[in-house]
Design a binder for this molecule. Structure first.
Ligand SMILES: Cc1cc2nc3c(=O)[nH]c(=O)nc-3n(C[C@H](O)[C@H](O)[C@H](O)COP(=O)(O)O)c2cc1C
Length: 212
């Protein structure tokens, strides 16, 4: 029992250390690539993320070539972390696939609501879909995946920067996206930072939390 609590204590310390170490990197070492295995670990953290209705709204496009990264940097207001990253993961939010009549929704909902439950779940989802800003909702789910990927990356010594500053139409053109199929949710630049992390600036819990 003592060993179990000691292990939990150690786990908490390690997790907090990862959350404290992760920071938004503004310039990466352009000559240092992330090993494929580590990249797949980070993508797996994204894949395992929770999502509304379990609909896995994300798709991950990984850009690794220097010319693609530079073109993406131009679409991100020339932010240098995009071009110097080992790779950029463009996270796309599914739009058309979120329609209640799409084969995608049928395929995914049936996993969570098998048999007779499916019709009720679908009716519930249909009402939700009609009343929702689907693009904003889908993008929100992608941000959850992005957060998990950044934490996973920090856990294995890989730096990141979430990039919300992009021109969506330019990114869509660069990736040759079919209109209406996806919204660009976020760019995730990954690599090895060349600058020291700044001070972690956060409000105290006392200002953020209210127990009732
Ligand atoms: C959704 C989102 C979009 C962001 N977009 C940008 C961006 O375009 N450029 C940038 O340099 N940082 C961007 N950031 C990073 C934030 O500025 C950074 O996380 C915040 O200042 C806190 O600093 P820290 O991450 O180093 O703790 C973004 C972060 C999030 C979550």
């Amino acid at each position: 029992m003592y060993r179990y609590y000691a292990m939990l204590f150690e786990m908490k310390a390690q997790l907090l250390d990862i959350f404290r170490r992760r920071h938004a990197c503004h310039r990466f070492d352009p000559g240092r690539d992330i090993p494929r295995d580590d990249l797949e670990f980070i993508l797996e953290a994204g894949r395992l993320s929770p999502s509304s209705f379990g609909l896995e709204q994300w798709k991950f496009i990984v850009l690794t070539s220097p010319q693609d990264k530079l073109a993406l940097q131009a679409a991100c207001f020339q932010q240098p972390q995009v071009g110097t990253a080992s790779c950029d993961v463009v996270i796309l939010a599914k739009l058309a696939d979120m329609h209640p009549d799409s084969p995608y929704v049928q395929r995914l909902l049936i996993r969570e609501y098998p048999g007779e439950q499916l019709a009720g779940a679908l009716a519930n989802y249909r009402g939700f879909h009609a009343a929702t800003d689907v693009a904003a909702w889908s993008v929100t789910q992608c941000h959850i995946a992005a957060a998990n990927m950044m934490t996973a990356a920090a856990g294995i010594g890989i730096d990141s920067c979430a990039i919300g500053g992009f021109k969506a139409d330019e990114v869509a053109r660069l990736l040759d996206l079919e209109p209406g199929r996806y919204a660009v949710a976020l760019v995730l630049a990954l690599g090895y930072c060349t600058e020291a992390a700044g001070e972690k600036l956060r409000l105290p819990l006392s200002e953020l939390v209210e127990y009732r």
